[in-house]
Design a protein around this ligand. Structure first.
Ligand code: PLP
Length: 383
């Protein structure tokens, strides 16, 4: 095994943490005091940039940064905002189910609108569920369900939720920064994402872009100290600082990552790069005989699930290890109703990286000697 000193970074074809640029990594080479004016200015700049990316103004919205991974952000929103209410969760994958678990653990009443993992959520189902249950106060969905890679229709569902006067929570973890949308037009009260996804920073914190009126109505309601979003907001607004030790290095990296997102042309251009990566990937994988789990019309450019070949000579762990030995990291599958593996096309990856990955997959497929096809037609896996 290599020691850390001789470690060579692998290309991460995963849902995160992701491959980052050398300049993002370089930006972390500073030890900064959390009360330093330059650091407070970094936080201020990041919060303003996030509002800008969400397409909203600081008069009506605020960006709250919070220590921890993306799930901490989801749990903070549920524990701050839904106390005393009932949550309706759209479920078409593991991250929808995680939201249900978060609510259950907080003792919050929860119900679901569920569709199979190879389908997108439908706004009509939400309209029906909300009409049938006046106790529901909040609705949450995942924008990109990273379990499969399906993109849910955030604007249409937001329109329905708003029309029926409920609060709308969106887990935009793996879409924010690469799938352009306007938070206000989607009627999103709480948008949650994290540093190490499409903005291409490093792990260490998550953030919530919240509609101020909704957030401030939750003052004093959180059941958790660390995850109290209003208190965190008050801290950031008061002295510009985190309440507790901030991930200074990750914030410095993130400020650089935001500059690089802007230089690339913003979420639209970034989304186009990811989509181009994904198109090359799918065409190459099909040519090698692999099949996608999702119908192309539902597929985001973020991550793609491929059906595992049925040939007994295929074994995911061996396939994974051989690719990893070539410096390419893919991801296991997460859908419940089909045997899949996933390949992410986000992060600092370009067409040449995808082509290198495809060449490695071709070599390893030949070495392992498996046939890539599967007998199952895509629809037959979901009876
Ligand atoms: C849609 C979605 N929600 C939540 C999470 C959880 O984020 P974390 O692992 O950073 O807690 C992820 C992670 O990939 C995700 O893709």
């Amino acid at each position: 095994m290599r020691t850390l000193e001789s470690w060579k970074d692998k290309a991460l074809f995963t849902p995160g943490p992701l491959t980052t640029s050398p300049s993002v990594k370089q930006a972390m080479l500073h030890d900064m005091g959390s009360r330093d004016a330059a650091f407070i200015e970094t936080i201020r700049t990041i919060r303003a940039a996030l509002l800008n990316l969400a397409g909203v103004s600081g008069n009506a919205y605020t960006a709250v940064l919070l220590q921890g991974s993306g799930t901490f952000g989801l749990e903070a929103v549920v524990n701050t905002a839904v106390t005393g209410g009932k949550l309706l969760v759209g479920v078409n994958g593991a991250y929808g189910r995680r939201m249900v678990k978060i609510a259950e653990m907080a003792g919050i009443p929860v119900s679901t609108v569920e569709v199979p993992e190879n389908e997108a959520l439908r706004e009509d189902d939400f309209a029906q569920a909300l009409a049938a249950d006046p106790a529901i106060t909040h609705v949450s969905i995942c924008h990109c369900e990273t379990t499969s890679g399906v993109l849910n229709p955030v604007q249409a569902i937001g329109h329905t939720v708003y029309g029926l006067s409920r609060v709308f929570i969106v887990d935009a973890m793996s879409s924010f920064g690469a799938v352009p949308f306007n938070q206000e037009e989607c009627h999103i009260d709480y948008l949650i994402s994290s540093a190490n996804k499409c903005i291409e920073g490093v792990p260490g914190f998550c953030f919530v872009v919240a509609r101020l009126e909704s957030l401030l109505a939750c003052e004093g309601r959180s059941r958790s100290l660390c995850l109290d979003l209003v208190d965190q907001y008050r801290g950031l607004e008061g002295n510009g600082q985190f309440r507790f030790t901030p991930p200074t290095h990750a914030l410095l990296a993130f400020r650089q990552a935001l500059r690089e997102l802007e230089a690339e042309g913003g979420p639209k251009a970034r989304g186009e790069r990811y989509r181009a990566n994904q198109t090359i990937l799918v065409e190459g994988m099909r040519a090698l005989g692999f099949e996608e789990y999702l119908a192309p019309a539902l597929q985001s450019g973020i991550i793609t699930s491929f059906l595992c070949p049925e040939d007994p000579k295929f074994d995911f762990e061996t396939f994974y290890s051989l690719l990893s030995a070539e410096g390419k990291v893919i991801y296991p599958g997460k859908v419940g109703n089909a045997d899949c593996f996933r390949i992410g096309t986000i992060g600092r990856l370009f067409a040449s990286d995808i082509r290198d990955l495809l060449s490695a997959i071709w070599r390893i497929k030949t070495e392992m000697g498996f046939r890539a096809g599967t007998e199952r037609a895509r629809g037959e896996t979901h009876e």
